[in-house]
Design a protein around this ligand. Structure first.
Ligand SMILES: [Zn+2]
Length: 354
């Protein structure tokens, strides 16, 4: 599929959604979505450019959802927002939808500086702690083995390991948390927010849904314009996160179509069912590319098959994401008994159609 086709498909997809609000700049500006519900943005490097954060007004203080990266610029924007909003009513609590750095990177600082509790699910809190203390075993024999089995060339695997061990965004974790669970309700001011857990992008991702007003704070579980990463990594090489991701989408699809979706990246939007369908179609398309490629009967490694799904030149980090995404689709096909894998004499897994 050529770049032009991708671009025009994205444009067509975008045209099917409804964007009722203009986004705030990532400079401490704020857009009011509804009374006591504010939208701000924190800057990010890379193609995303920003993360959306949301401020929820309670009777006696403010809650925030997600934090931005652990970089000075983000800290200074939180201080700017604090001057404007938390002088009259203090910051009261922080919710992190999931552990990824752009969502939880400032959680330790906010917890300490404002002395506020951090609300997270169990799965996300402990994933964050593992990554922040660096015991994620970058460069361990098992991680090297994972790259080798996947057919990643040795020099590229070394490059990936070096760039992971120099990760500039690694952040400290708050020492304790308040656990939130699926279907639990949080009363914040006049609104009741129900926690809806999603999986596949991260272990136990929390969305917040206000049924009375039809508002979903979706985190990375439902994004407009981009598809969330669904990755297999060395930590769970035989996992099937794509199945979990598709199940989570099916669950969100049951919410009313007029729901206002507040995503972590990109604009606030409506037409939730259309967006769910676009994402389902995206993964079906990826699966079909792999099915077609493997129909030729030639065994191929995950790294070779990755070249069919991602045809442009990839940066080091993009290579890991692309490999993880490819493996997620391969593991889905394996579990669906459409393909099988054999380990060759060099210890490399070769996939072929059943
Ligand atoms: Zn994420």
């Amino acid at each position: 599929m050529g770049a032009m086709t991708d671009r025009s498909r994205k444009q067509a997809e975008r045209a099917q959604l409804d964007y009722p609000l203009t986004a705030p700049a990532a400079d401490g500006s704020v857009v009011t979505i509804a009374p006591g519900l504010l939208w701000a943005r924190m800057p990010m490097q890379g193609s995303l450019g920003h993360i959306n954060v949301y401020l929820l007004e309670d009777n006696d203080g403010w809650w925030i959802v997600d934090t931005g990266l652990c970089i000075d610029k983000v800290k200074s924007l939180w201080l700017k927002l604090a001057d404007k909003y938390f002088a009259e009513k203090p910051l009261k609590a922080l919710i992190c939808t999931h552990f990824h750095y752009d969502h939880s990177g400032q959680s330790a600082w906010l917890n300490d500086y404002f002395n506020v509790p951090v609300y997270m699910t169990h799965g996300e809190y402990f994933a964050m702690r593992v990554f922040s203390t660096g015991i994620a075993d970058v460069g361990s024999p098992s991680q090297r083995d994972f790259f080798h089995c996947s057919g990643v060339p040795g020099d590229l695997a070394e490059e990936v390991i070096v760039s992971c061990s120099n990760d500039p965004f690694r952040a400290a974790s708050p020492p304790s948390y308040i656990r939130i669970r699926d279907e639990q309700s949080l009363q914040i001011g006049s609104r009741q927010w129900r926690i809806i857990i999603g999986q596949g992008h991260s272990p136990e991702h929390a969305c917040l849904y206000c049924e009375d007003e039809g508002i979903l704070i979706a985190g990375d579980q439902l994004l407009p314009e981009i598809s969330s990463n669904v990755l297999v990594t060395d930590i769970e090489p035989y996992g099937n996160p794509l199945a979990l991701w598709l199940q989570s989408l099916t669950r969100l699809e049951k919410l009313p179509d007029e729901t206002l979706v507040l995503p972590a990246h990109g604009p606030v939007f409506r037409n939730l069912k259309v967006r769910v369908h676009q994402l389902q179609t995206h993964h079906e398309r990826q699966l079909n590319i792999l099915r077609e490629k493997m129909a030729d009967g030639q065994p191929a490694t995950a790294f070779q098959l990755m070249g069919c799904l991602f045809q442009r030149k990839l940066s080091t980090i993009e290579n890991i994401l692309a490999l993880g995404e490819t493996l997620a689709h391969l593991n889905w096909l394996m579990e669906n008994h459409e393909i099988s894998a054999l380990t060759d004499s060099e210890g490399i897994r070769q996939y072929c159609a059943e």
